[in-house]
Design a protein around this ligand. Sequence first.
Ligand code: ZN
Length: 53
Amino acid sequence: MAPRQCPKCDLRFATADELDDHLARDHAVDPERLPDRRPVPPPPPPPPAAPGR
Ligand SMILES: [Zn+2]
């Protein structure tokens, strides 16, 4: 697993949990609000084929 770089400083953490804890303690950041902590949503399904073909 790649180390997680703190977006607020130069520290790195082995796990997302450690980074979350650091953000909450040292930067007063809610990790849930960081965009790069969200899972990537699946792409939308393709539109249905146009009728009449
Ligand atoms: Zn930091």
